[in-house]
Unconditional design. Structure first.
Lengths: 282, 238
């Protein structure tokens, strides 16, 4: 005979087990990286150039390079993504074509990042002759995070109740005024969250920058958008696999800096979302 | 009027007089709201919506009018209190601001006047900067009326404005409507037959997308010509 009480206990056990299976490895990764990386972190490590074939010194150029790339990607992707999202959610008619477009955009978010890298190489580096440069890398990263930004922005716009739009229109406001004064202000937190999640992804990806911008080692900082740059994820790859005898401390230190950067961005996104939920007025 | 293949409203022909309250009654799904939303072309927002026939307003076909201008002259109050996510003041000032008014003194004047007309001023005058969502349901609905008045329309469409309100708030909203009749033309869609009897000058009865009868409210409620009207107001079906 079935014992509902025992069934529940078994189900509970498996649910808990699944949760632990997720939490424990993540926790371990963070703990190990912090434990092994923290001793490497000091002012010199963050603000100095790499020395002795990257076996000593700091990772400053890689940090700067990542910041440049992420900034460039967002300058490119946010305006275009936001405008596309506004068009898709507010103006486009609901028909087969727009539904296919929306589906395609959602699916683009799942395309492996190395494919974007190859695309960036063909389009920006070779076809537009930007060479391997910050510009090419930023544009490639921008294209990679566009689907994320469009999808989250569209969801944020569509979550603004339809009735607000009707009210605004019924008062004689134009469609653009309605979007500008009613829809956008209420969608901004959601848009920001999506943007920051995109940023975090752009900061952490190696494949898209591999062919388009990343330099193995540069003795100086880039001084224009047409220069190559070092970047944290690629630097980590290089010192972990390509350069022999790099101190473990430096490798984990680099990983820690990258992890902190990405987690910090996600944290900002979470805080914004939390504040938004508390302030939500309807 | 059609929504996709659904024929929501058939063959309606009527005149709406200046400074009257025309109440529209009928069971749900009879096309009352569709009728109302045709008058300020809010129905157009639905992409499956199709309308044949003409609606003339001030001797002009509303199809040829600028929708923003039309909606400024034909205001609307919705079934549920729907304040915009703004402060009380900004809610009332919204329409006027959208039409380009920037002068703060003028805006303040308009807001005060509109809130007074909607019998809300005394209750909110000290908290104009609070979120409109802090008001009670009845206050919110009067805020919505004030917001519509601020634009100074000529016609106001009420879409079951009291369906979510308690009797006291309903009475307040009804008082406001009767008072507003002096300056505005009002079309009131209501599910509440008694409300139509209380405030309407004339009453129209819709059933399954057809206008069954339109006459003076007294006549509709005492001696309706059509048997179906009689049945509905006596509560035999609906």
């Amino acid at each position: 005979m079935r014992n509902p009480y025992r069934t529940q206990k078994i189900a509970f056990f498996f649910l808990l087990l699944a949760t632990l299976l997720i939490v424990v490895p993540v926790g371990l990764i963070v703990v190990i990286i912090i434990q092994k990386g923290l001793p490497a972190i000091n002012w010199q490590f963050l603000a100095d150039m790499p020395r002795q074939g990257m076996r000593a010194g700091g990772i400053f150029p890689a940090i700067i390079g990542t910041i440049y790339l992420v900034t460039g990607a967002i300058i490119f992707a946010l305006p275009i993504g936001l405008l596309a999202a506004i068009y898709l959610s507010e103006y486009s008619k609901d028909n087969l074509l727009t539904r296919i477009i929306k589906l395609a955009i959602v699916n683009l978010a799942g395309v492996p990042s190395v494919v974007y890298g190859l695309f960036g190489l063909a389009l920006f580096v070779v076809f537009f002759k930007f060479g391997a440069s910050i510009l090419s890398g930023s544009l490639t990263l921008g294209i990679m995070i566009l689907p994320v930004i469009i999808t989250t922005s569209r969801e944020a716009l569509e979550s603004v109740p339809y009735s607000f739009r009707e009210v605004s229109l019924s008062l004689g406001a134009s469609k653009w005024q309605t979007i500008r004064h009613i829809v956008l202000p209420n969608a901004i937190p959601g848009i920001l969250t999506g943007t920051i999640l995109g940023l975090g992804r752009a900061a952490g990806e190696t494949a898209p920058i591999l062919f388009t911008v990343a330099a193995f080692y540069l003795p100086r900082l880039p001084d224009s958008v047409f220069d190559q740059a070092m970047a944290l994820p690629y630097h980590l790859y290089v010192i972990s696999t390509q350069v022999p005898n790099v101190d473990e401390k430096i490798r984990y230190g680099t990983a820690l800096v990258l992890l902190t950067l990405v987690l910090f961005m996600n944290l900002v996104a979470i805080i914004i979302r939390y504040k938004f939920r508390k302030k939500k007025k309807w | 009027m059609w929504f996709g293949s659904v024929h929501a409203l058939k063959q309606v022909s009527m005149r709406i007089e200046n400074n009257e309250i025309l109440s529209v009654i009928g069971p749900s799904n009879s096309g009352k709201t569709t009728f109302l939303r045709a008058l300020n072309r809010l129905g157009d927002l639905n992409q499956n919506y199709k309308m044949t026939g003409t609606i003339m307003f001030d001797q002009k076909n509303i199809k040829n009018m600028d929708t923003e201008l039309l909606r400024r002259r034909v205001g609307m109050v919705f079934a549920l209190p729907l304040p915009l996510p703004l402060s009380i003041f900004d809610n009332v000032a919204y329409g006027v601001r959208m039409h380009g008014e920037k002068n703060k003194k003028k805006l303040a004047g308009i807001v005060e006047k509109s809130l007074k007309e909607a019998y809300l001023w005394e209750e909110v005058k000290d908290r104009l900067n609070e979120s409109a969502f802090k008001l009670s349901g009845g206050q919110q609905q009067r805020l919505c009326i004030a917001r519509t008045l601020a634009v100074e329309p000529e016609v106001i469409l009420f879409d079951e404005p009291c369906s979510g309100l308690d009797p006291i708030s309903t009475a307040k909203v009804e008082d406001a409507m009767v008072k507003l009749k002096e300056k505005y033309t009002i079309v009131l869609v209501t599910n509440n037959v008694k409300q139509a009897a209380r405030v309407g000058d004339r009453t129209a009865f819709f059933l399954s997308g057809e206008l069954i009868e339109l006459d003076k409210t007294d006549k509709i409620f005492t001696a309706p010509t059509d048997k179906r009207t009689d049945g509905y107001i006596r509560g035999k079906f609906g």
